[in-house]
Design a protein around this ligand. Structure first.
Ligand code: AKG
Ligand code: FE2
Length: 308
């Protein structure tokens, strides 16, 4: 366990908590290499270029360097969102062992690439068609993994703990950024920074007011991975339908993921009735370099059980 019960208590109360130095330098290094492979060439030549962008282009440019899993990069970057310690934290937060990662993307931000300053908003609008659930098991836990140091000059996320925002905003949650404009100044007056060293994780919920901020340090960058979890069977919550990206390098995930990590992507666990001789043969044919032996063994055991 890399999280503490105190940290999860804060997450439940405030909607956001910093998990300081969650990942080790050794774990980060190949992930940063992967980010350089993907985004290093996109460093802006002219750090003032965005000043000539129109408003729409400036806004869209914030999200230019985001990619959904899987990544044309190192296996480590592909699997960081499924790290067992993160899964353990998600399980504890959601109060169930059966969790699914429903969102995972990389995001590179460079100083001068654009204006990253956002108004306060909540993220639920593109995670559900309704609203964030109140029960633990209906919630989501959204991890922003810092692959590089995130100081305020590196565009740290800012947020307001729910018990402090509720007296200002009331219980409702406007859907679109800007609708909170009436209380933007009040929220900014009490906002907290999510600044933390590389390896830290900002864990938050889709009901907490937060906003992106600008990178102001010359020639700097901020590399993050987002990994979001929900309880299995929570059909209200979604983001990625993983097979949608079937042309992307899934083998980097499939060939390197443990059984537990695959389960977080919705692949039935060994012993699940989905697995028959035929489904296993077809799956092995699709992913010949992935290890399916645990699924074989479970099937063999259940067949011999039936034989008795
Ligand atoms: O990248 C960040 O610091 C926050 C961005 C954000 O909140 C968003 O785009 O919804
Ligand atoms: Fe957001």
């Amino acid at each position: 366990m890399r999280h503490t019960t105190e940290q999860l208590d804060i997450w439940r109360r405030d909607g956001g908590v910093i998990l300081d130095s969650f990942f080790t330098a050794d774990e980060l290094a190949p992930c940063v290499d992967g980010m350089e492979q993907m985004y290093g060439h996109l460093r802006p030549d002219d750090p003032a270029a965005h000043e000539n962008f129109d408003a729409k282009t400036r806004y869209a440019a914030q999200f230019a360097n985001t990619t959904d899993l899987p990544f044309h990069a190192t296996p480590e970057l592909n699997l960081i969102g499924l790290h067992p310690a993160l899964v353990a934290c998600a399980r504890a937060a959601l109060g169930t062992d059966d969790v699914r990662m429903y969102q995972c993307h990389t995001w590179a931000k460079f100083t001068g690439q654009t204006d990253f300053d956002q108004p306060f908003h909540c993220d639920y609008k593109n995670h559900t068609l309704t609203v964030p659930g109140e029960d633990e098991v209906d919630r989501t836990i959204n991890f922003m993994i810092y692959l590089t140091d995130v100081t305020n000059e590196h565009g740290a996320i800012h947020y307001v703990p729910v018990p402090e925002s509720d007296p200002i905003t009331g219980p409702m949650r406007p859907q679109f950024a800007g609708e909170a404009a009436g209380y933007e100044a009040q929220l900014r007056a009490i906002e907290r920074s999510g600044a933390a060293p590389a390896g830290s994780v900002f864990a938050y919920g889709i009901d907490v007011f937060h906003r992106g901020t600008n990178l102001t340090l010359p020639d700097a960058h901020r590399f993050t991975v987002t990994a979001s979890y929900k309880a299995a069977g929570n059909d209200q919550i979604g983001w990625s339908a993983w097979p949608r990206f079937f042309r992307e390098p899934w083998h980097l995930v499939m060939d390197n993921a443990s059984v537990e990590q695959r389960t977080c992507l919705g692949i039935p666990a060994p012993g699940d009735p989905f697995w028959t001789e035929l489904t296993l043969a077809r799956t092995r044919d699709r992913w010949p370099n992935s290890d399916w032996s645990a699924y074989d063994e479970a099937l063999a055991t259940s067949s011999s059980d039936h034989a008795c």
